[in-house]
Write a protein that binds this ligand. Structure first.
Ligand code: PLP
Length: 237
């Protein structure tokens, strides 16, 4: 077994035991393998081990990988989880299946208008700034409802839920708090009549805390592919 296959198996086991502890069905948690900074061969290896959904942060890097893996396109699901600037929306609308990082109506409107009509609607999550750090992207919790109502009306998109990248925290209880806030926001939106089914939260270090609070999709990079070394000249996403 390759090390990626081994790490995938270990990660699936972590999800299964977190679900058992929370009395949740493990089928209700999707594993998104975050392949940023790793090459097409790593994705191929994960695919051979049964992985289908992949997350990328940098648009150009992702487009190169998607092109290199064109023969597997129908079997793979590509998720953009990194920041998105308006000059990149067209290529993203054409190439990806999901975008988790929508935090402005203007970006959502462009993605909707630019989604090719022969493709299924682009699946989107709104990124919420649950930790309130000035430097991080994401819509403020108080502004989520208005943005969600507007995005839900766009024909080229299907609003699925919320995503967050909380400030790193040590310990299970500290890790749970921001995930609990995101879940409460999703519950509020659903109580208003939106039918949202996705909570994209939890990374390698806080997967268990996220599953305990209801994550339906965990974004795992390091635990599957190993540590990342960022190239010195990473082009802006
Ligand atoms: C890199 C990244 C991840 C994966 O993080 P790991 O700690 O390597 O599991 C998840 N979500 C987002 C938005 C990321 O940028």
């Amino acid at each position: 077994m390759t090390s990626i296959a081994h790490h995938l198996e270990h990660t699936r086991a972590r999800i299964a035991s977190a679900c058992a502890a929370a009395r949740r069905d493990p089928q209700a948690v999707t594993l998104l393998a975050v392949s940023k900074t790793f090459g097409a061969d790593a994705v191929r290896e994960a695919h051979a081990a049964g992985q289908r959904a992949f997350g990328e942060n940098y648009v150009q890097e992702a487009l190169d990988k998607i092109a290199a893996l064109a023969e597997l396109r129908a079997q793979l699901e590509w998720h953009l989880i990194g920041p998105l600037q308006s000059n990149k929306t067209r290529v993203v609308a054409e190439a990806f299946d999901w975008v988790h990082s929508v935090d402005r109506l203007k970006i959502a409107e462009r993605l909707s208008a630019q989604r090719p009509p022969q493709l299924a609607p682009l699946q989107v999550c709104l990124q919420v700034n649950v930790s309130g750090e000035a430097s991080k992207s994401g819509v403020a919790p108080g502004e989520v409802a208005a943005l969600a109502r507007a995005v839900a009306r766009l024909p080229g998109l299907r609003l699925r839920g919320l995503m967050s990248i909380p400030e790193p925290a040590e310990g299970f209880e500290a890790q749970r708090a921001p995930h609990r806030r995101l879940r409460a926001l999703l519950d509020e939106l659903n109580a208003e009549g939106l039918a949202l089914d996705t909570l994209s939260m939890g990374m390698s270090a806080d997967l268990e805390a996220a599953v305990a609070e209801g994550a339906t999709l965990v974004r795992i990079g390091t635990a599957i592919f190993g540590g990342r070394s960022y190239p010195a000249a990473q082009p802006a996403a």
